[in-house]
Design a protein around this ligand. Structure first.
Ligand SMILES: [Zn+2]
Length: 106
């Protein structure tokens, strides 16, 4: 972690989550951890529907934390994953402003 907490990189965040939780996360395993992620996504949905901006912000952070936890359990480097998939633009059309057909999933 750097002192510039306004700009936490994906790599730094994954390291932070690993440092705080990896032993518990590995003991719980992928299945149990995935259930927590789904619960947090439900809480995000509720916050988007009727929460305050602060509540929405907190739920986004929770979803990202649980997603990151699962990556730690299975050994995926999220920064590498994002760079490989999205670092050169849209995976569908290769552009930095997507030009894929709106009917398709990019
Ligand atoms: Zn595209």
């Amino acid at each position: 972690m750097t002192d510039d907490s306004a700009h936490i990189s994906i790599h730094d965040f994954q390291q932070l989550i690993r440092q705080m939780y990896v032993e518990k996360d590995v003991a719980r395993g992928v299945d149990g951890t995935f259930m927590w992620l789904m619960e947090e996504i439900g809480e995000l949905a509720a916050a988007l529907r009727e929460g305050t901006r602060d509540e929405q912000s907190a739920e986004f952070a929770d979803v990202l934390a649980w997603l990151t936890t699962i990556a730690n359990v299975v050994g995926v480097d999220l920064a590498d994953a994002v760079r490989q998939k999205y670092g050169s633009g849209c995976p569908g059309c290769g552009q930095f402003v997507c030009t894929c057909d709106d009917a398709g999933k990019p």
